[in-house]
Write a protein that binds this ligand. Structure first.
Ligand SMILES: NC(=O)c1ccc[n+]([C@@H]2O[C@H](COP(=O)([O-])OP(=O)(O)OC[C@H]3O[C@@H](n4cnc5c(N)ncnc54)[C@H](OP(=O)(O)O)[C@@H]3O)[C@@H](O)[C@H]2O)c1
Length: 174
């Protein structure tokens, strides 16, 4: 079981642009079944967590259905209305306590820390981040939501090109 931040980033380290848009990413050619692709990644995941901004992005950019079949914890201090069904658990809990609940729910499978970057940083603050998989799009954005606003040391485990994206798998060095 690993806790993995799987995300896509611009070359200058933003996961969303200054307008909270992913248009710079979603237009890219990438093979879900290719190297470090989404299909292979998600097969091994048993629970996921995200921040409120990411949840609201999904709500505003989906067809109305919740797209995941595994339990998802959404961190927020607000009462957000759920959309589209699914097993979504809103929480203001301590990151370490939520991580323990995720481990139980995942029953040996990996945990996907979806983002944003500061929430993933909070997991790392608690020693609860194992790997970061980043798919870099060949674009700079200049501003936006940072990929991981912490100082963390990594070891490169794997890298590959998948379509238009440069994919890296990094292990946190403790
Ligand atoms: N490129 C990609 O693959 C990718 C992946 C993921 C996300 N994204 C995008 O990147 C952007 C991320 O936005 P973001 O960095 O602002 O982050 P975010 O993590 O999605 O949301 C931040 C919000 O999460 C809540 N939160 C964070 N930590 C908390 C805690 N410990 N307890 C309770 N609530 C907590 C707070 O919400 P409240 O204000 O409600 O308290 C905070 O304002 C979004 O646009 C998303 O769509 C892109």
């Amino acid at each position: 079981m690993k806790s993995i931040y799987y995300t896509a980033s611009s070359l200058d380290g933003f996961i969303a642009d200054a307008d909270n848009s992913l248009s710079w990413l979603l237009s890219r050619d990438v093979d879900g079944k290719g190297p470090m692709g989404y299909d292979g990644f998600i097969e091994a995941v048993g629970a996921m967590a995200m921040g409120a901004t990411t949840y609201e992005w999904l709500r505003d950019n989906s067809d109305g259905d919740w797209p995941y079949s595994i339990p998802c914890w959404v961190f927020t201090h607000r009462d957000i209305e759920a959309f589209g069904g699914g097993d979504v658990r809103f929480t203001q809990g301590e990151v370490a306590a939520v991580h323990a609940e995720m481990v139980t729910a995942a029953a040996g499978r990996n945990l996907w820390l979806v983002g944003g970057g500061d929430l993933v940083g909070q997991f790392d603050d608690n020693g609860l981040l194992d790997e970061v998989w980043i798919q870099y799009a060949p674009v700079t954005l200049g501003a936006g939501a940072p990929v991981l606003p912490r100082r963390i040391e990594f070891r490169v485990e794997e890298f590959a090109q998948n379509g238009e994206l440069v994919c890296t798998r990094l292990a946190v060095v403790r």
